[in-house]
Design a protein around this ligand. Structure first.
Ligand code: NAD
Length: 512
């Protein structure tokens, strides 16, 4: 069995070819049906990833369909024990997974390790599946009539995931889908596939039956096949807004349950009474961590009153001290951008911001590393005087570009937060409890931080945005995840008393 985990951090002369994972084993493909995977620190080709399509999706769905009845009927404790075993295996392999993330994505190794641990939280939540799947039981809803609810799996579920969290985001989806008794087809991003097969192998080692968890690599064609496939019942997608909207609209049109969790432009509001040192640390950590390639990155700072005047030099000073380099090197704060094309797009955005009239206080474009001339490195950029009329305010850049926006009052800042097309997360920095309370109640954004810059809820809670940041009614993971991946049935029960049959009546039955 070829394990992608064995692909070292150093670029191999002949890049290994990765395999789909179907029915509990790798499915090899010919080199001509693959595309390159690049190390963003060097630009070198380090692996080749299959370009799957309808045939591979079909094979994976067939395997998942075959495995479904037995998995659905596996006793809950037996299912749960597989989750405990998987949890232990992921924990044991956490550094290996993190190194593969860093290799493909470029984020620093400690950041990648943090990603694995935050993914693991949802696996840990799923270990408690016997409790999560419990229904309600209500005796005496009517005379001699009881009611109960049960949660049952939907069938075959699919997950389509983005490049930026190759372990955590899938771990926000597949543990819940599987815990609920569904079987699964995962379509990971082709940009960061390295940690994928190791996850599949760990499931097998944990004792998950073959066919319950399947992986198909690919792009548009594979996604199109998932959206059309009659054997897929539910899809969770995480990625950009245009693709997420298409996935939601096409999948629901084809009768599937779909949740799409998409792009973002998160703003942190800084009131004049905030601890400015804390706010500056937060803005730099949330704006430039993972090179700004996080859907919960805070890429706008809305400074109220004179806060901008005091905050700007603190933020600029911190940016000047950031160490940028390959993610596996010690003490690096920010790694490269994940792809050459995306780097070019961020550079374009910075030019656009200048053309729109924003004040470029720090320009990351000239940054380069002499010993990594082919790497996709970019420095951190800071704009001041960004306004809601600008495209760099409205659109997601998804890179190390932070924009300072100036608001006169709290109400003006709140109108900006609530008027934005995206609504994933937001935060307020203040020492005023009353203002923080107002913010929590008034912000029309589902995930809120109070003096917390990246308010990603704990792994046992739900995660998801609103407006242009999510399509569908339920959020990812947590209680919403259990609801998403189950059908709830409401059962009304009467056991007739001997000799107690009532006279025939066509009146609509009441509950009295
Ligand atoms: P993306 O939309 O390009 O890709 C996401 C998935 O869709 C990948 O598996 C990809 O192969 C597939 N895909 C890409 N283009 C497609 C097309 N035209 N047709 C069909 N499928 C296609 O997103 P990305 O660049 O990988 O990830 C970054 C985006 O994801 C950002 O917008 C970010 O905000 C968002 N994101 C959102 C969340 C969240 O929870 N809301 C979390 C992480 C990332």
């Amino acid at each position: 069995m070829t394990s992608i985990a064995s692909v070292g951090a150093s670029a191999a002369a002949t890049a290994p070819i990765m395999s789909h994972w179907i029915d509990g084993r790798p499915v090899e493909v010919l080199r001509e049906h693959t595309g390159p995977v690049h190390d963003p620190s060097t630009g070198a080709v380090i692996a080749r990833v299959p370009r799957g399509g309808a045939a591979e999706v079909d094979a994976a769905v067939a395997a998942a369909r075959r495995a479904f009845p037995a998995w659905r009927d596996t006793p809950l404790m037996a299912r749960s024990q597989i989750f405990f075993a998987f949890r232990e295996l992921v924990y044991r392999h956490r550094e290996e997974l993190a190194a593969l993330i860093t290799r493909d994505h470029g984020k620093t190794f400690p950041d990648a390790l943090g990603e694995v641990m935050r993914g693991l939280e949802t696996v840990e939540f799923a270990c408690g599946l016997p409790v999560h799947l419990a229904g309600l039981n209500t005796p005496n809803v009517s005379t001699n009539v009881d009611a109960h609810t049960i949660r049952q799996p939907l069938g075959v579920a699919a997950g389509i995931t983005p490049f930026n969290f190759p372990v955590m985001v899938p771990m926000w989806i597949y543990p819940i889908a599987l815990a609920c008794g569904n079987t699964f087809v995962w379509k990971p991003s082709s940009h960061t596939p390295g940690a994928t097969q190791l996850q599949a192998e760990l499931w097998k080692q944990a004792g998950l039956p073959d066919g319950v968890f399947n992986v198909v690599y690919g792009g548009r064609e594979a996604v199109g096949a998932i959206l059309e496939h009659p054997g897929i019942d539910a899809i969770q997608f995480v990625g950009s807004t245009p693709v997420g909207r298409y996935v939601y609209e096409t999948g629901t049109k084809n009768g599937k349950r779909v949740g799409s969790y998409t792009g973002a432009k998160n703003a942190m509001v800084v009131l004049p009474d905030a601890d400015m040192e804390l706010a500056a640390d937060a803005a730099v950590a949330a704006g430039f961590g993972s090179a700004g390639e996080r859907c919960m990155a805070q890429t706008l700072v809305i400074a109220v009153g004179d806060a901008a005047h005091r905050l700007l030099p603190l933020v600029s000073d911190r940016i000047g001290r950031l160490k940028i380099g390959p993610g596996m090197e010690p003490n690096v704060d920010m790694g490269p951008i994940y792809s050459a094309e995306h780097r070019a797009s961020i550079v374009d955005w910075i030019g656009k911001g200048v053309a729109e009239g924003a004040d470029l206080v720090r320009d990351g474009r000239p940054f380069h590393l002499d010993d990594h001339p082919e790497g996709y490195f970019l420095g951190a950029s800071l704009f001041d005087h960004v306004t809601p009329q600008m495209e760099i305010y409205r659109e997601e850049i998804f890179g190390p570009v932070l924009g300072m926006v100036r608001a006169t009052t709290y109400d003006e800042a709140m109108a900006m937060v609530n008027g934005h097309q995206y609504a994933n997360g937001t935060a307020i920095f203040t020492t005023d409890g009353g203002a923080a309370r107002r913010f929590e109640l008034e912000a029309d954004v589902p995930m809120i931080g109070i003096n917390v810059p990246i308010p990603v809820p704990a792994g046992y809670l739900s995660f998801g945005g609103a407006r242009g940041s999510a399509f569908g009614d339920l959020k990812l993971r947590g209680e919403d995840g259990i609801r998403f991946f189950t059908q709830q049935k409401m059962v009304t029960v009467r056991w007739p008393e001997p000799g107690g049959r009532e006279a025939l009546s066509l009146v609509f039955p009441g509950n009295r």
